[in-house]
Design a binder for this molecule. Sequence first.
Ligand SMILES: [Zn+2]
Ligand SMILES: [Zn+2]
Length: 388
Amino acid sequence: MTAPQPKAPINWIAVFALLFLPLVAIIAIPLYAYHHDFSAAAWISMFVLLGFSSLGITAGYHRLWAHRAYEATLPMQIVLMIMGTFAVQNSILFWASGHRTHHRHVDDVDHDPYSINRGFWFAHIGWMLRDYKSGGANYKNAPDLLNNKLVMFQDKYYVPLVIAVHAGILLPIGWAVGDMWGVLLLGGLVRLILSHHVTFFINSLCHMWGSRPYTDENTARDNFILAIATWGEGYHNYHHIFQYDYRNGVKWWQYDPTKWLIWTCSKLGLAKNLRRIPSFNIKKAELAMKFKYAEQDLAVYGLNVNDDVAQVKSKIALEYDAFTNTLNDWAKLKEQEIQAKKTAVAEKIHQMDDKLKLEFQQVEQRLSQHRETVTTLMRNIKKKAVSE
Ligand SMILES: [Zn+2]
Ligand SMILES: [Zn+2]
């Protein structure tokens, strides 16, 4: 149990946007549909604008401004700012500063602004309904953003910008397709509510459901289904261990449209210096977790349940020792590189990185074989017990 938190005053603007608007939608949408029906264009505007505003948050607010995972040219920044403003999630400065605090103090009930340890409702939406001050009032964790003219401009004129962006996007579309109310209701209202909850899922469900392939030191999870809903942000376990990577779905096959968008922009000359964590570090984290899981499996089966299981267990232990030794060697070499800065050492490191990648792959295969063997052995033991 956690200590009760002191309650801040209610933030009425947030209550209006997050509770009142959905209420309006629940009443207005069916009523309008009953009397007028929505045009196909209005439905299409909803889906297109959902992508438009959500990607402004994921590629702009999140990966560009909160994490500086890449650099964007001014035109790209302006477009991302407009897209993000259309998502109505407060200013870049407020959002990014609060998000940095989330990463720094993840799960901490007192300091993580949307700590999952205060419950699903709080992490999803509750934290915004009271007057939470992002990063304190002074934005100490965002000096780069305080120096960014575009970010500061958006912060200063946030409310007029929200109105201008909505008018500038929705009215021309509504006029062009000849269904003004349809576009305002579906492309405007319903799209806004959907895009809100899509982002909020990252703070709530992505800290509850899914796997932890890279770290179990925090509650963040990888979840493919949530990645579909959140434009690639569902690989949240990876993101929490390597937050500066411009990719959240780090494997080439993982569904991460935000990463594809940033990559495409870099090919078009709009973005540069995309940050990638070296694959060696990623594999290292992944393997360390696999060993941890193997150990947990074996702990469930108890100590030396029979000779065969004990044998596999000792094999895994040996494998783990070798893995730790290799990592130590590698760390020593890295240290030498820093000390000496000699090209010869750098070359050696490069060779070793390649060698280790291969070695880690083999360790991974052997480890999964060992775990399979244990499972089969245990199944046989149980079968035998039942038949006896
Ligand atoms: Zn998180
Ligand atoms: Zn993040």
